[in-house]
Design a protein. Structure first.
Lengths: 252, 354
């Protein structure tokens, strides 16, 4: 009997703690599939964030380092500079990457640090219970924007891929979603390319994944995907924002 | 034996770090430690190492976290305000049992303070180098030669105990030039690091570098295990110099730059017939309690001399359970006490004893 679906080798056999409808599980799987297909688990070191994905250090079977909030790009730099032949990825949420860790993010990208960044953008702080994130949409209700995000007092959400695409050190900046089979396939390909870029020494690659947070959005898993499509996709268009080493006809 | 060379404190410290096997330096510019980074940027590429100027002290200490988790000897250097920024990362290093050497070439504080030499970060280094229940080892050189000798020791002990170590210097030691003998480094010991997150190569289960324990009982157990290691360090790693303490009535306790001033004051006091001596801590954590306690057997009074408003003086009192009077004299804000000022203090105490 042919096996058509199995747990990727790069994921440990553990029950994940993620909420129903959360997209972390899908993205973990896509990262693990890329690691398996490229056969790099033995030389890969992942960096887990602070936030909902903190336990990624248990889930991924490669060596893992748990970072302080936002510091993953600096830790990745330390790992990669000491072990240039290793494969180093960070897995970060929007508060981690775009608020407390924006300084580390921008400078790792500007240096063209040869790392892979997996960026989960769900427009909210998940682990702490749903506060306003740097990516929270205008008028979006969160625990700390209970009347809706007022752009007059809290400014506007940050489009990370667009911003980083202005930096010379960035090899690939692509925004994807995992809300449909088609988009999961695109996301898979993007994540794999982000690892391939690193293996080929091409510099900083970031894949931003628009992700649903039904629990903190106060929606069912199905409603959350609809909300993501109707709201997040408008502010955060999917696509490739920078691609220094395009595969035929794919770059934008 | 190697020949004597004339070197600036900061550069000697950097060269000795390379001799100790440090091949990775991450730092951010700040006066008065700039020569450490400048020297590393020049020399590390020549020995196959990497120098990287980080975007902040916070990033620099986290680069250290990454490099150390991979199992490599690495160092960062800063001065007082920058050390405050590093304190987050120092806590994570301690909580993850990662070795690292952090240099603090202290300057006047608080806030932006000044750029003249200071010893006002004693409490920060020995009590609260970051949030949480932990210690780091703190080495206090008083000569350029000790900058060399103690940093080699700092790298060794940090690896041995998996505890971060701080080189606790000041602007005076960093900037002064003295003759030094640089060791050849033949006896530098290396340690196996089976815990390193350097890629499992499909040969072992995955390693995780981590300071998070959501189960409070497990976190408590981890901290208690770490404190058992601290007990060993306290037992084995106290370092101090006794200077004319055998018959001393008045024992000065001073480290680093201020101990140099005190040495002159003690010589002057002896010339006036006052039996003064000095215990000079070379480790501040662990504090050399044994040396201070031993001095208390003959001493009638202690005088803690510091370039601060009085911080180490607490440890002197604790070491002897306040069994002798412990006086304090200090200058702060970047002001270095003169031998004359210290001599006056010794004479005043001596007058009170009679």
């Amino acid at each position: 009997m042919a096996i058509v679906y199995r747990r990727p080798k790069a994921l440990n056999e553990l029950e994940m703690h993620y909420c129903p409808g959360c997209n972390h599980g899908i993205v973990h799987r896509l990262v693990a599939e890329a690691i398996d297909e490229l056969d790099i688990e033995g030389r890969t070191i992942g960096i887990a964030p602070v936030g909902c994905a903190v336990k990624a250090y248990d889930y991924f079977a490669c060596d893992m380092v748990e970072a302080a909030h936002g510091r993953a790009p600096a830790i990745a730099t330390g790992l990669k500079r000491t072990m240039p032949d290793s494969v180093v990825f960070t897995y970060q949420g929007d508060g981690d990457l775009a608020a407390i860790g924006m300084c580390e993010t921008v400078h790792a990208a500007a240096r063209g640090e040869n790392i892979t960044v997996i960026f989960i953008n769900n427009a909210i702080y998940g682990m702490t219970g749903g506060q306003m994130a740097p990516t929270t949409l205008p008028n979006q209700i969160t625990q700390t924007s209970p009347y809706g995000r007022d752009t007059k007092t809290t400014g506007f959400p940050i489009r990370v891929c667009e911003m980083l695409s202005t930096l010379e050190g960035v090899a690939l900046a692509q925004r994807v979603a995992v809300d449909s089979v088609k988009n999961v396939r695109i996301a898979k390909k993007a994540i794999k390319r982000a690892f391939e870029n690193q293996i080929n020494g091409r510099g900083y690659s970031i894949i931003e994944i628009l992700s649903a947070c039904p629990t903190n959005w106060g929606l069912s898993p199905r409603e959350a995907l609809v909300w993501l499509r109707e709201n997040m996709l408008k502010y955060y268009p999917l696509g490739i924002y920078k691609d220094k080493y395009p595969e035929g006809g794919e770059s934008k | 034996m190697s020949e004597k060379v004339l070197m600036k404190g900061n550069e000697a410290l950097a060269e000795a770090a390379i001799i100790a096997g440090c091949r990775f330096f991450f730092g951010y510019p700040i006066t008065p430690q700039t020569e450490v980074a400048a020297y590393m940027s020049k020399m590390l590429p020549k020995v196959g190492g990497t120098f990287l100027q980080a975007e902040s002290e916070i990033s620099a200490i986290n680069m250290i976290y990454g490099a150390s988790s991979a199992g490599f000897r690495c160092m960062t250097s800063s001065s007082s305000p920058g050390i405050s920024l590093k304190s987050e990362g120092i806590s994570y290093l301690a909580g993850s049992d990662l070795p690292a050497v952090i240099c603090n070439v202290q300057r006047g504080s608080p806030g932006l303070g000044g750029i003249q030499p200071s010893q006002a970060d004693y409490w920060q280094a020995t009590r609260s180098a970051g949030h949480g229940d932990f210690h780091i080892m703190v080495f206090a050189p008083s000569t350029v030669q000790e900058m060399v000798d103690l940093i080699i020791r700092a790298f060794d002990r940090s690896d041995k105990y998996r505890v971060p170590a701080m080189m606790f210097a000041d602007g005076m030691l960093g900037q002064m030039m003295e003759p030094v003998v640089l060791p050849e480094g033949k006896d530098i010991k290396t340690y196996d690091k089976p815990w390193a997150t350097n890629g499992h190569k499909n040969k072992r289960p995955h390693n995780v570098t981590n300071s998070l324990y959501l189960d409070p009982y497990l976190l408590e157990k981890t901290i208690r295990e770490r404190f058992a290691r601290y007990d060993i360090i306290k037992e084995k790693e106290q370092l101090a110099e006794d200077y004319m303490t055998e018959d001393a009535d008045i024992v000065v306790v001073a480290y680093g730059a201020s101990s140099r001033v005190c040495r002159s004051a003690i010589v002057a006091a002896r010339a006036e017939g006052i039996k003064a001596g000095m215990v000079r801590p070379m480790t501040l954590w662990p504090f050399p309690e044994r040396a201070v306690r031993k001095a208390a057997e003959t001493a009638k009074a202690f005088l803690s001399v510091e370039m601060s408003m009085g911080q180490m003086v607490d440890d002197v009192k604790l070491a002897i359970d306040c069994r002798r009077p412990v006086y304090f004299y200090g200058r702060t804000g970047g002001v270095v006490p003169t031998p004359g000022e210290v001599l006056e203090q010794i004479k005043a105490i001596n007058g009170g004893l009679k």
